[in-house]
Design a protein around this ligand. Structure first.
Ligand code: NAI
Ligand code: MG
Length: 360
C-alpha cells in the first residue's frame, strides 16, 4: 500500500484536487494499484489566519511516514503575504524532505494551440531538471542601515559540491534513460564569476562518468531565447534553482497554458516523501467558478504513480494511460476549460479524462 498525503492548499488547489483524485482512483481500479490517502486541511492561508502559522508544529512527524504528498497550490496574497505562506509550507516540504530535484516535463500536447508558430506535437518534448535545495534561494545575507540612504542588502547564493553533483548526476541518469541521450546545462559563467564556473567545472567532472550521454551548455539568456526559437533542440535541461525556476515556467508557456504543466519535487533516495504538484498557483482571479484546468493536477498524479511504482510495470502503465487519456480528452475537444478555448468546467474535464482512462 502506498500512503499518499493529500493537501489541497488554497484557491483552485481545492477545485483541481478532486479531479486529480478522481483520475487516480480510476487508474487504481484499472491497473490494480494499492493507494491509501489521508487528507490534511493545513498548509493553507485560512489555517494561518486561525493559528498564526501555516502548519501545526508536528507537521514533519505527521508527514514523514508517507510515500508521497499530493499537493494543490498555496498562497492567497490578500490574506497572507506570499513569502510567509510559501516559506511556511511548500518551501519547508522541499527543504526538510530534501526534495532536491524539481522535475518539470515540457511537452506540446495534441489539440493545444501552441503560442510558437509552426510547432506540432512531437516537436517539443523535454524535461527541465531544477536544483531545488540550494543555489540562489538561500537565506544567507543581511540588511543594513534599513530605511536610510545608506541602506544595503546582500543575499548570497550557495553552491556545494555535494548539492551540484547530485543534481547533475540525476539529470545525466535521466538523459541516459531517454532515446536522445542528450543533456543541456544552463550557466552564466561570463557574468557570475565564482559560482557558475564552479557549476561548469562540476558538469565536466560528472559528465566524464556518462560517456554515452552527449551534452552542451548555454548561458541562461540565450538558452531562454532557444526555448522559444528552437525548442526541438532539447531533451533534458539541468539548471540551478533560480535559472531552473525561470526555465520551468518559460517551457510550459511555450506549449500553451500553465494549467497543463505538472511537476515533481523528488527525494530520489526515498528517505522522505516526494511531492507532486501543478506548476501553477492558487489563481485567486478565477477561484470559485469551477473553470480551472485540472490537467496539471492530473498529470502530476501520473508522475506520482510513476515514481511510486519505481519501475513496476502496472504503475508505469498507469502513468502512460493517464497521459494518453489527457491527450484523448484534449483531442476530443468538447469538455475543455476556458484557458484552452472551451466552455467546459473543471469537473467536466476531470470526468472526461477519467472516462477516457476507464474506456481505453
Ligand atoms: P497563478 O499560477 O495562481 O495564476 C497565474 C495566471 O494563470 C492567472 O491568471 C490564473 O488564472 C492562471 N491559471 C493558473 N492556473 C490555472 C489553471 N489550472 N487553469 C486555468 N488558468 C490558470 O500565479 P499567481 O497569480 O502569480 O499566484 C497566485 C498565488 O499562488 C500567489 O499566492 C502565489 O504565491 C501562489 N503560487 C503558488 C504556487 C505553488 O503552490 N506551487 C506556484 C505559483 C504561485
Ligand atoms: Mg516558479
Amino acid at each position: 500500500m502506498h500512503k499518499i498525503a493529500v493537501i489541497a492548499g488554497d484557491g483552485i488547489g481545492n477545485e483541481v484536487m478532486p479531479e486529480g483524485l478522481r483520475v487516480l482512483e480510476a487508474a487504481a481500479r484499472r491497473f490494480d494499484l494499492a493507494l491509501g490517502y489521508e487528507t490534511f486541511d493545513w498548509a493553507n492561508c485560512d489555517y494561518y489566519l486561525k493559528h498564526g502559522q501555516m502548519m501545526p508544529d508536528d507537521w514533519f512527524e505527521r508527514l514523514q511516514g508517507f510515500d508521497a504528498i499530493y499537493f494543490g497550490a498555496v498562497g492567497w496574497p490578500d490574506k497572507v503575504p506570499d513569502h510567509i505562506s510559501l516559506w511556511g509550507s511548500l518551501l519547508q516540504f522541499r527543504r526538510r524532505f530534501d526534495e532536491y530535484v524539481n522535475l518539470r516535463p515540457v511537452r506540446l500536447l495534441p489539440g493545444v494551440p501552441c503560442p510558437l508558430s509552426g510547432r506540432r506535437p512531437g516537436d517539443i518534448d523535454f524535461l527541465v531538471v531544477r536544483e531545488n535545495s540550494e543555489g540562489e534561494y538561500s537565506s544567507v545575507g543581511g540588511h543594513m542601515y534599513e530605511g536610510t540612504e545608506r541602506e544595503v542588502v546582500v543575499q548570497e547564493a550557495v553552491f556545494s559540491r555535494y548539492g551540484v553533483d547530485r543534481i547533475l548526476k540525476y539529470a545525466f541518469d535521466l538523459a541516459r534513460s531517454r532515446p536522445k541521450r542528450h543533456l543541456t546545462s544552463a550557466t552564466k559563467s561570463n557574468g557570475i564569476s565564482i559560482s557558475m564556473p564552479f557549476w561548469d567545472k562540476r558538469l565536466e567532472a560528472v559528465a566524464a562518468g556518462f560517456p554515452d550521454v552527449a551534452w552542451d551548455k548555454y548561458h541562461i539568456d540565450i538558452l531562454a531565447a532557444h526555448f522559444v526559437l528552437n525548442p526541438q533542440r532539447f531533451d533534458v535541461v539541468v539548471a540551478s534553482n533560480l535559472f531552473g525556476d525561470i526555465l520551468s515556467d518559460l517551457g510550459p508557456a511555450c506549449t500553451g497554458t500553465i494549467g497543463l504543466a505538472p511537476s515533481a519535487n523528488l527525494n530520489p533516495e526515498r528517505r522522505y516523501p516526494s511531492l507532486f504538484e501543478p506548476v501553477h498557483g492558487s489563481a485567486p482571479d478565477i477561484y470559485g467558478r469551477n473553470i480551472a484546468n485540472p490537467i496539471a493536477m492530473i498529470w502530476s498524479g501520473a508522475m506520482m504513480l510513476d515514481f511510486l511504482g519505481d519501475g513496476a510495470p502496472n504503475y508505469r502503465a498507469a502513468h502512460d494511460a493517464i497521459v494518453a487519456a489527457i491527450e484523448s480528452a484534449l483531442e476530443g475537444g468538447e469538455r475543455l476549460t476556458p484557458d484552452l478555448g472551451g466552455t467546459g468546467s473543471t469537473t467536466d474535464l476531470g470526468k472526461a479524462i477519467a472516462a477516457a482512462l476507464e474506456n481505453a
